[in-house]
Design a protein around this ligand. Structure first.
Ligand SMILES: [Fe+2]
Length: 301
């Protein structure tokens, strides 16, 4: 598996405090079946004043130690890039980093309030030739009131990365609820560990994969930890890999199965009889949308 999000670099943000923890995290990642680990420390002006050149140096230093210790984990560059004005300028100057110097960039929106002009900001990133991967949407407080915005972004091409620990419930009930719903509705492109240490927020991608495999099937779960992360690391176009399950126009039967498993507030997604409606259009393509409309109409008779 390839893990595109971690805070394994020592002493650079709120992740690993020292080299001993970084080594423990690296060993745990390998035990999880991870062979490539993106090092993605926070870059948030005034809080985490990291920069591209500094992160590159820290990665080279850690890779050298991993090699000396015989830990077979390949580190690649990256950053947990907080959404700031002129993000594109920062990427172009090298102050901010994409994942493994590809077109793909991890973008973390603010946690507590939805930013102004969010869609426009993501649009600007894409117009500049980068491909944003929005980090842990399920953990953002404002998803409670702005879920359709996440759908809009995902349908507009923004890739969604959820965190393994959200699926398993380690972040509590709300992130788990939203992670499950996004998974069920085909809005999840990638699962990552977003590991910060070896205990509280450990490298646990395998657990995330196994959970997803039980929920959406092994093939789709594999796309989330292998196929799409590989696409990122090889800088291939997003169109070269399968879209998330519900966007692939799967059968009505499996669509019904997903609808029945969907959790979270049901109001915008169910008709008066509790049948799924807009949920079909949330990712099922034209076929799914038509199926949802058919169910809606028959429910009205
Ligand atoms: Fe992170």
């Amino acid at each position: 598996m390839f893990d595109i999000h971690s805070h394994i670099l020592p002493g650079i943000d709120d992740g690993s405090p020292d080299i001993a923890v970084s080594l423990e995290m690296a060993r745990m990642a390998v035990a999880n079946g991870v062979t490539v680990q993106a090092c993605t420390p926070h870059i948030l002006p005034g809080v985490y004043n990291n920069s591209g050149p500094q992160i590159r140096k820290a990665i080279a230093a850690l890779q050298q130690i991993l090699d000396q210790e015989g830990i077979s984990l390949r580190l690649v560059t990256g950053a947990d890039v907080h959404l700031v004005p002129d993000l594109v300028g920062g990427l172009r100057s090298g102050h901010l980093l994409t994942l493994a110097d590809t077109r793909y960039v991890l973008v973390e929106p603010p946690h507590h309030l939805p930013p102004q002009r969010l869609v426009e900001q993501f649009f600007n990133i894409m117009v500049a030739g980068y491909h944003p991967v929005l980090t842990h949407p399920e953990r953002l407080r404002w998803i409670e009131t702005h879920y359709p915005l996440m759908e809009q972004l995902a349908h507009g091409g923004v890739w969604m990365q959820i965190t393994a620990s959200s699926l398993t419930g380690s972040f509590g009930r709300n992130p788990q609820k939203w992670a499950h719903r996004m998974l069920d509705e085909g809005l999840v492109h990638v699962i990552a560990s977003d590991s910060h240490d070896a205990r509280r927020r450990p490298p646990n991608l395998l657990e995330g994969f196994e959970f997803a495999a039980r929920r959406v099937g092994e093939a789709e779960a594999t796309h989330m930890v292998l196929t799409r992360p590989a696409c990122i690391l090889e800088n291939n176009a997003p169109s070269t890999v399968p879209p998330p399950l519900a966007q692939a126009g799967h059968s009505e039967d499996s669509h019904e199965k997903h609808a029945s498993r969907a959790t979270g507030p049901s109001k915008p997604y169910r008709d008066d009889n509790g049948r799924p409606v807009a949920q079909a259009g949330a990712g099922g393509g034209l076929r799914g949308l038509l199926g949802g409309l058919r169910r809606y109409v028959s429910g009205k008779r």
